[in-house]
Design a protein around this ligand. Structure first.
Ligand code: SP5
Ligand code: ZN
Length: 348
């Protein structure tokens, strides 16, 4: 399996996130990706390549121009507010909910920061944009690998992407790598693409991007949003709209769910993807379903990820994996590579 590694990822290095009234150390840290890379190499999973830098066109297929403009200038604008800000992460303080306007782009940078975000847990740092942009380049590289006949690929990048929407960041995500890849596959001639999201948290950004589309199926197994982040999306009654009616499947599960029930849910998602008639599969691979994850609530064990990879390999679809969450840093490499290695063994 060919890995597209984002070697720019350490440029994104948040210091703090807002959590229940306090600034606390970020859980989404650079060492996450380094542990996965180390494990990939130790187990000889295959070639590790970096992606050629791409222009913004494939990102603009998914994200709004004014949002990309915001991301690419955000750090400089943050420091321009006050030179002392160079030592602080940028976090939003104001949000335009419901009866506020979102068509007006305020001149104030803090106002724009709120316009383009939905939480205060996703700091922008000096290197957030170059890291996120290069992550999208890796997603494009992996999609192109499938378009050229490759059977599988892995995008090893951070920051993650599945919470980022058409014009907003949140949930540690800025550019939606899985969505960029799915759209790239469509633009390259793949008629029907499925995105399967198995991160602990619902992939609200990916769902929203494709919600009214009949050409990209979105399925997600995740913690029940009644109690779990991102709270405001990911319920079972969200089934797609317009041309996308029936092309969205949410399988929320309660905190404490173990591997048996979790695998049953993934099997239901895979059946729906087969019925849809997908020609290629993008897996948003978060391993924050692990029992030891510090911010999640399922109880999968490291060995269970071998079974997950085997289940995915049985679909026989050209498949690309995109790294999302997983915050038990010491185990994140083993858990991720267990999925990939078992997939490879099953799929050949
Ligand atoms: C990609 C992904 O997995 N995003 C998850 C975003 C979850 N954000 C909300 C969780 C807040 C917990 N962080 C505070 C940790 C204090 N111990
Ligand atoms: Zn997650």
């Amino acid at each position: 399996m060919k890995t597209f590694f984002n070697d720019q990822h350490p440029l994104h290095h948040g210091r703090h996130e807002m959590f229940r009234g306090k600034l606390v150390p970020c859980v989404e840290v650079p060492s996450r990706a380094d542990f996965v890379l180390q494990e990939l190499r130790a187990r000889g999973l295959g070639e590790v390549a970096s992606a050629p830098e791409v222009d913004l066109a494939p990102i603009e297929r998914v994200h709004a121009r004014r949002y990309i403009d915001f991301l690419s200038t955000a750090w400089n604008e943050w420091v321009a507010l006050d030179p002392a800000n160079a030592e602080l992460d940028a976090l939003p303080s104001y949000w335009p909910i419901r009866t506020f306007r979102s068509d007006v782009l305020p001149a104030s940078f803090p106002a724009r920061m709120g316009l383009f975000s939905y939480d205060a847990g996703s700091p922008i740092t000096s290197g957030t944009w170059p890291a996120a942009r290069q992550g999208a380049a890796c997603a494009v590289g992996a999609a192109d690998h499938l378009l050229q006949g490759g059977r599988s690929a892995f995008v090893l990048t951070r920051p993650p992407g599945h919470h980022a929407g058409h014009d907003f960041f949140g949930g540690y995500c800025f550019v939606n790598n899985a969505a960029v890849a799915a759209q790239r596959l469509r633009d390259g001639g793949v008629a029907r693409v499925a995105v399967l999201d198995i991160d602990y948290h619902h992939g609200n950004g990916t769902q929203a991007i494709f919600y009214e589309r009949g050409d990209v199926f979105f399925a997600s197994v995740h913690g029940d949003p009644h109690t779990e982040y991102p709270y405001y999306l990911g319920y079972a009654d969200e089934r797609g709209a317009g041309a996308g009616e029936g092309c969205n499947l949410n399988l929320p599960l309660p905190r404490g769910t173990g591997v048996a029930r979790w695998r049953e849910a993934m099997a239901i998602a895979l059946q729906a993807i087969a019925r849809f008639g997908a020609d290629a599969l993008v897996v948003s691979l978060g391993v924050d379903t692990f029992a030891g994850d510090p911010i999640a609530g399922f109880t999968l064990q490291s060995s269970d990820y071998l079974q997950v990879g085997d289940d995915l390999g049985a679909t026989r679809l050209p498949t690309m994996f995109v790294f999302e969450g997983g915050y038990a840093v010491a185990e994140v490499g083993v858990n991720t590579v267990n999925v990939l290695e078992a997939f490879k063994q099953r799929a050949g």
